[in-house]
Design a protein around this ligand. Structure first.
Ligand SMILES: [Mg+2]
Length: 351
């Protein structure tokens, strides 16, 4: 079946809960939506929102690239999925935003044209997993208040953004431990805000932390090699691990036991799976993370995540704070546990 038309939109979306991390405060986002329409009326959807700080270009630039390219895909047969994906992979080597949105839209359209779910097509090996939900950089009272809110909604895995001042970071986690104990699991994201010594100090002076994302700056990633092995067990590479090439590089030595894959860093399901396979071969666990994104790309990430045995951590809360989205569905989220909806493609429905 032939691709008849492609519609591309750049949407401004406000967040219900603006947040601060080590290097920025975010209150609204831009998101690309791509709709691939076949001659018989079947359509599939893709979306993306990239972080310029992490990948070097922003979503508006990706949108322009995506629009410039769309005529290259119109007239192509959706059945030739691999060939169509290769075309995207080669076109958008330095633009994970366009790459991800087209990649996800191609998978969704292809699966819908065959009337199968994306989960079946990728080969799901894990039925469901809990996701963490994130608390930005806040004072202790505000942090505890927000955790209480998430706890009441059923979430048990809480990701805390740190990376501001190490002593206050330790104090925040100590207070959270006193308040919640083993009722919740704590994940940390320092977003490059610490030194090597800060990282060791934090691990010495806190307990009950499940993992730490990107403690040290990307420029100093090599310093992770100096951490004790016991600390490396809970280190997740995030900003340092953008592409397949990074995955090759950081699996050659023990920089950290966990890779955080985001479709918005690497550029979609195909690239994410390539990184996941490198990790699998090297006995590295997977965390699947996100930016603030549509349910479309979050569902794509969830289905990719659940198709790998070494997926241990989901951090896919990125669609929960959008004030509007193009779709509903994709997954059910009950008591913090994400489970894909097994309908054709991504299982999403246009609003
Ligand atoms: Mg992170």
């Amino acid at each position: 079946m032939v691709i008849d038309n492609i519609e591309i939109e750049l949407a401004d979306i406000k967040l219900t809960r603006p947040y601060t991390i080590a290097y920025k405060t975010t209150s609204s986002i831009k998101n690309i939506f791509i709709k691939i329409i076949l001659k018989n009326g079947v359509f599939g959807l893709g979306s993306s929102n990239v972080s310029k700080y992490v990948v070097g270009l922003d979503t508006t630039e990706s949108y322009k690239n995506a629009v410039d390219f769309k005529n290259e895909l119109i007239g192509k047969n959706i059945t030739y999925l691999i060939g169509n994906i290769d075309k995207i992979e080669n076109q958008f080597i330095n633009d994970p935003g366009s790459k991800a949105a087209y990649n996800i839209a191609l998978y969704d359209t292809f699966c819908k044209s065959l009337n199968i779910s994306l989960g079946s097509f990728l080969g799901r090996v894990i039925p469901e997993l809990p996701t963490s939900i994130t608390v930005g950089i806040k004072n202790i009272d505000e942090t505890i208040e927000e955790i209480n809110e998430y706890y009441s909604s059923g979430f048990r895995y809480i990701k805390i953004k740190l990376g501001d001042k190490i002593d206050y970071d330790i104090e925040r986690i100590t207070k959270i431990n006193e308040k919640f104990g083993s009722d919740i699991k704590i994940r940390i994201d320092a977003n490059q805000g610490w030194s090597l010594d800060d990282t060791i100090k934090f691990c010495d002076e806190t307990k009950g932390v499940e993992l730490i994302e990107q403690p040290i700056s990307v420029d100093n990633t090599q310093q992770l090699l100096k951490l004790p092995d016991s600390v490396k067990e809970i280190i997740a590479l995030d900003e340092s691990l953008v592409s397949y090439e990074d995955a090759i590089k950081y699996s050659q030595n023990n920089y950290g036991k966990i890779f955080n894959i985001k479709l918005m860093k690497c550029g979609g399901i195909t690239s994410g799976r390539k990184i996941a396979n490198v990790a699998l071969l090297n006995d590295i666990d997977l965390m699947w993370g996100c930016n603030d994104e549509s349910i479309i790309s979050i569902s794509a990430a969830l289905n990719a995540a659940l198709s790998f045995h070494n997926t241990k951590y989901l951090d896919l809360d990125g669609s929960l704070d959008l004030t509007k989205d193009l779709v509903t569905g994709g997954f059910n989220l009950i008591d913090g546990i994400m489970k894909p909806i097994d309908k054709p493609g991504l299982g999403v429905k246009l609003i």
